[in-house]
Design a protein around this ligand. Sequence first.
Ligand SMILES: [Zn+2]
Length: 298
Amino acid sequence: MRSRIEELAIRADVFRWLDERFNENGGYELSRELLESYSFDGEPIKLLDPGGRGIRNPASFSSTLTIMTSAGSRNPYADTESIDGWVTYHYRVGDGGDNTKLARAVANRDPIVYFKGVRAGFYVPFYPIIIADNDPVERVVRFPLEQGLAFLGDPLKYTDDQRRYAETIVRTRLHQPIFRAQVLHAYAASCTVCDLKHSELLDAAHIAPDADAAGVAHVSNGLAMCKIHHAAYDRSLMGITPDFEVRIDQQLLDEVDGPMLRHGLQDMHGRHIRLPSSRAARPDRDRLASRYELFARR
Ligand SMILES: [Zn+2]
C-alpha cells in the first residue's frame, strides 16, 4: 500500500493532468482510452475501472480514486443527480472491498474525480470532489458538484438567495460542460458557420437563452460556433434563418475593414450552416425563427 502522502500527490497530479487534457487543449469530452492511459512517474494508473464498474479503487490505494456514471437514459443525470447540484452514488452490491475504500474516502475527505458519461465511452470530469455524506443505511454517498454548495447546508432549507446561487452553480458547473460535450460532438467539433475545427476556439452556443435551471438544454437548442461567430450571434450582428442561412447585419456588410471583417464575417452572408448528421441533433427551427426575429428587428 502507498503512503498517504504519495496517494495525495497522485490525486493532485491526476487533477493537473485532467486540467491539461480538458481545458488547455480545448477538450470537451474524454475517452475511456485516454483515461486508461494516465501514468504517474512512469507507472500506469488507469483512471477508470478496467472491468467497467462505476468505481475505481486501484489495489495500491487505501481509498477510492474515481467514480463514474455511464450515459444511459434520455435525461443524462436522472438516476443520480438532483437539480440542486448534489449527486447520490450507490454502494456496490455486497460488503467490503470497494465499499470499504469508498467509506474510507469519505472519512479521510480524500479528493476524488467524478466522471459523468455523456455518451458510450466518453466522459466529462468533475474534480476535486470531497464526498460530504455517507449513509450506510440507504447505502449511498452524496456529494456536491461544487465545493461551495457543501457550505450551504441542507438543500431543503435553502433561502431564495441560496437557491439562486445553487442554480447558477448547477448551470455553469454541471449543465454547461455536458451541453458543450453534446453539441461539439454533434457538429464534429467544427463551427457550423465557418467550419473552423479547433475545439479550443469553439463554444456551444444556445439558440434560445438557457433559462431552464432544471435540465441540460437539449442539443437541438445548440450550435457549435467559433468564438467570433458565437459573439456575433449573441450580439445579433449575425443571424441564422430557420432555413439555416447565415445573415450578416447590414451595417457590418457596408463597413470596409481588414480581413477578419471581410472573410470572417461579410463572406459568411448567404452561406448555409453545416448541420449535424444526426437528425435529432439538428437545430430546432422554431427556436431559430424566434431568435432570427431578434436579429431582423435590430
Ligand atoms: Zn466560425
